[in-house]
Ligand binder design. Structure first.
Ligand code: AMP
Ligand code: ZN
Length: 463
């Protein structure tokens, strides 16, 4: 059982999958024309927490996510850089999937590319033309007529006054004030990639691809459709119109939207100079990608999350503390049974963890219960190996949702020379010779190890 907020009904609802025990999710994927920003990535982490939580609660998840590899911005950049558009899309698709791996985001079951699904889009457009939901404009492009679809505007809360009959918008992205007929097929232009179609050569508009891929991979009606809040209008509104006009069935039962990431309280954007990528984080703060995941876990997906110097460094620190705890638990060797106290605390934490994730993915509260257990365990004067193993086992279980790779933390022998360098670094720090200390740190890092300064002194681990 899980309750999730539905953007369409503006209520938290009990999820009732169409097929018992199986949840079909369609997630709007990236437009592959640049490295993903940490804003984009927050949304993919939100959806990852959704899918991991559903799996934790014993649902089977089938997810499809499109790769938008043909779109206005991609074509703009290929013309500007004088390179084939596929050169851009190949490079950034790779970069996107690398970022997913770095952040331990699970791959959806299907990740189709728009350019490989054009025949399906053409079939849908033909039917929309036949049923008069779409028309061909003077330049040979095909537009969806929003006045023909009576529910247009239900998701984003437009009323009829805002719909200008017959007015057209050619570009894929536009504001709510501009609710207009939108292009589902753009007539061939010189220098642009194009496909042959019965209604004229051209290329698909952005919105139509999601209708094609969602119906192909998941069926006419799906359980959950996800994306960032900026996609509610026009993209998702247009997806509903096209899909329901095409199939005659309800498109989506529950709309899941993640709020935006802000940078120092401001909107993120290329023009603002704050469109950070994971590489920027590494360079600027020397933090790992998983520190960003940890930061995302500290907030609710429907709240804005403010990225600051302090928030990312705090998140890295929290991750260090978590790993340090796991390492310490691994070192407990005392004989003895699992104590009643520890067992009870684990059971209590497990119940709370499940309660919170089932309540509209209250992940920060779920995480707080884990830190509660850590605090409790740390306070115990005596722990047996069985106590420690049970706590570790539980950490592994909850990590199926958190995705912090806690299982990868291995206790291994640190070579003597690394140990010696760490001691010398500590001595240099005590003598306030920070230059020398940094010197030792970089030597240690070059050898493939990392020193973390913890409350109990420096901790060395393999990078
Ligand atoms: P795009 O590649 O532009 O289609 O965006 C991919 C995903 O990132 C979409 O779900 C967007 O809603 C989401 N997104 C874009 N900017 C942000 C942001 N600042 N914070 C969170 N999500 C974002
Ligand atoms: Zn989409």
């Amino acid at each position: 059982m899980i309750k999730l907020y539905n953007t369409l009904t503006k209520k938290k609802e009990l999820l009732k999958p169409i097929k018992k025990g199986e949840v079909k999710i369609y997630n709007c994927g990236p437009t592959v024309y640049n490295d993903p920003t940490i804003g984009n990535l927050r949304t993919y982490i939100n959806v990852d927490i959704l899918r991991r939580s559903l799996k934790y609660l014993n649902f089977k998840v089938i997810e499809a996510m499109n790769i938008t590899d043909i779109e206005d911005k991609i074509i703009r950049d290929s013309i500007k850089l004088k390179v084939p558009y596929t050169e851009i899309t190949k490079k950034y698709e790779k970069s996107f999937f690398e970022a997913l791996t770095d952040l331990n985001i699970e791959l959806p079951e299907y990740t189709p590319r728009a350019t490989e699904e054009v025949p399906g889009m053409i079939k849908i457009i033909e039917k929309l033309l036949k049923d008069k939901y779409a028309y061909i404009s003077d330049d040979g492009s095909v537009y969806f007529s929003i006045s023909k679809f009576k529910n247009y505007g239900k998701l984003s809360g437009l009323d009829n006054r805002e719909i200008i009959n017959g007015a057209r918008v050619a570009q894929d992205e536009y504001e709510k004030e501009n609710a207009q007929d939108f292009a589902i097929w753009k007539a061939k232009k010189l220098g642009e990639p194009s496909w042959k179609a019965p209604f004229g050569e051209g290329r698909p508009g952005w919105h139509i691809e999601c209708t094609a891929m969602s119906t192909k991979y998941l069926g006419k009606t799906i359980d959950i459709h996800s994306g960032g809040v900026d996609l509610i209008f026009p993209h998702h509104e247009n997806e509903i119109a096209q899909s329901e006009a095409y199939t005659g069935k309800k498109f989506v039962n529950l709309w899941f939207h993640g709020e935006h990431l802000l940078i120092n309280g401001k909107r993120m954007g290329k023009s603002m100079g704050n469109a950070y990528t994971l590489d920027n984080l590494k360079d600027k703060y020397t933090v790992e990608p998983l520190a960003f995941r940890m930061l995302c876990l500290s907030s609710h997906y429907r709240d804005k999350l403010n990225f600051t110097d302090k928030s990312i460094l705090d998140a890295q620190n929290t991750l260090h503390n978590l790993r340090e705890f796991i390492l310490r638990m691994n070192l407990v060797e005392n004989d003895g049974k699992l104590s009643e106290k520890v067992n009870k605390e684990i059971e209590k934490t497990e119940k709370l963890f499940e309660k919170y994730i089932s309540d509209d993915l209250s992940i920060s509260k779920a995480l707080a219960t884990i830190f509660g257990l850590i605090k409790f365990t740390n306070k115990q004067k005596f722990l047996t190996k069985n106590d420690a193993t049970s706590v570790l086992h539980f950490m592994g279980v909850v990590d199926r949702v958190l995705g912090l790779r806690l299982d990868d933390i291995k206790v291994e022998k640190i070579p003597d020379e690394i140990h010696k360098m760490a001691v010398s670094r500590e001595d240099a720090r005590k003598n306030k010779d920070y230059k020398l200390a940094d010197n030792f740190r970089s030597k240690i890092e070059k050898a493939g190890y990392m020193v973390e300064d913890t409350e109990d002194g420096p901790l060395i681990r393999k990078i």
